[in-house]
Design a protein around this ligand. Structure first.
Ligand SMILES: *[C@@H]1O[C@H](CO)[C@@H](O)[C@H](O)[C@H]1NC(C)=O
Ligand SMILES: *[C@@H]1O[C@H](CO)[C@@H](O)[C@H](O)[C@H]1NC(C)=O
Ligand SMILES: *[C@@H]1O[C@H](CO)[C@@H](O)[C@H](O)[C@H]1NC(C)=O
Ligand SMILES: *[C@@H]1O[C@H](CO)[C@@H](O)[C@H](O)[C@H]1NC(C)=O
Length: 329
């Protein structure tokens, strides 16, 4: 039936042709993070006013804490920062394991919020050097469509940063708002190709609602897709809600928040390889410091960080679980 072909090809444009079924590979809950992630006590690559602490120090001072069901990472909310210190004590952790084609299901109850904070959950190439192999930002606050930005943002920015020759179309099947379409980290001052999520997908309103789920799928066949559901959403797929061992992101799933198709304009194989995951929490620095004046917070960013420990009581991650699925062979 030749007449069916135009309809079929339209469908193939709208819907990725091959869907992958995933099976659980790793579950990170509570204490698991202490055994399988690395506390990176490095100088912040984004030049924040932060002292990233090692695991022993972070645990001794309760900046990192776990129960059998919860994992917490926080900023120091007790002490004024000495002027000769590297910055406010905080935590940046990196998964020891790297994942290629995979599905990530993150369930968080709370993310860091407040003046000067710049938290993120993202992945980057294990081999690099950055931006070779790609960066995928799953939770970050830097949308140019919303003020206040960064520290006080209320909507999430999902973004890719890549080596040259990776762009995505303006029109895509996604519910988010296109921020920019060139993923090349060397253009537009490393703006990346971002998509803004709904208000409530980041910061204070996300926390007020009890957090939610962030799901990222990356495959050669479907490209990169990210979904967000707040805790009270009524359309969370059962496989996500009940942490089932198999997941098939199928036609019954809602439209993703962000969709980055891969193809001629961005070759998946040459721009993305195996990624490690990062949770971090810095203060001020390259973006968050520059944009501080747009946030409605007072004084200079670094003075604020140093002198107001009580302002950091909400600057913590509370992670219910992180589940990593890989393609069922
Ligand atoms: C910075 O963190 C290290 C642990 O990684 C710790 O030994 C040091 O005391 C911290 N600096 C301050 C000023 O607290
Ligand atoms: C450590 O942090 C956890 C999580 O915020 C909290 O429940 C616990 O009371 C803290 N422990 C101490 C000794 O402060
Ligand atoms: C990017 O594309 C241009 C033009 O097609 C090509 O000349 C250049 O070599 C490409 N760069 C990379 C890093 O692939
Ligand atoms: C979820 O909570 C938010 C914030 O309280 C509210 O605006 C929204 O209508 C709620 N959604 C559902 C499906 O109950």
């Amino acid at each position: 039936m030749r007449t069916a072909y135009p309809l079929l090809s339209l469908l193939f444009v709208l819907i990725p042709a091959v869907r992958s079924q995933f099976t659980i590979a790793d579950t990170y809950i509570g204490q698991d993070f202490f055994n399988t992630w690395t506390w990176q006590d490095i100088d912040d690559p984004t030049n924040g006013r932060v002292n990233y602490t090692d695991q022993a120090f972070a645990r001794a001072t309760n900046l990192s804490y776990a129960t059998s069901t919860k994992f917490f990472m926080r900023a120091d909310d007790q002490n004024v920062v000495p002027s000769n210190a590297r910055g406010r004590n905080s935590v940046r952790i990196l998964s020891n394991k790297a994942y290629s084609d995979s599905l990530t299901v993150l369930d968080i109850q709370h993310m860091p919020e407040g003046c000067s904070t710049w938290p993120a959950f993202w992945s980057l190439s294990q081999t690099g050097p950055w931006p070779a192999g790609g960066e995928i930002d799953i939770i970050e606050g830097e949308s140019r469509f919303h003020t206040p930005r960064v520290n006080m943002d209320t909507s999430n920015l999902i973004s890719l940063h890549t080596s040259p020759n990776c762009t995505v179309p303006e029109e895509r099947i996604e519910t988010g708002t296109v921020d920019s379409t060139n993923c090349d980290a060397d253009v537009n001052y490393n703006q990346g190709c971002g998509v803004s999520g709904p208000v409530g997908s980041y910061g204070a309103p996300l926390n007020a609602g009890g957090g939610g789920w962030f799901v990222m799928e990356r495959t050669r066949a479907t490209g990169i897709r990210v979904w967000f559901w707040p805790r009270n959403a009524t359309d969370v797929p059962p496989a996500v809600l009940f942490a089932e061992p198999f997941i098939l992101p199928d036609l019954t799933w809602p439209t993703p928040t962000a969709y980055f198709p891969m193809g001629a304009d961005c070759n998946y194989e040459t721009h993305f390889n195996a990624h490690q995951f990062v949770f971090d929490l810095t203060f001020c620095g390259d973006w968050a410091g520059t944009d501080y004046t747009t946030t409605g917070c007072s004084g200079s960013c670094t003075d604020f960080v140093d002198n107001n420990p009580e302002a950091f009581t909400e600057a913590y991650w509370e992670v219910n679980s992180l589940r990593m699925y890989t393609i069922l062979a």
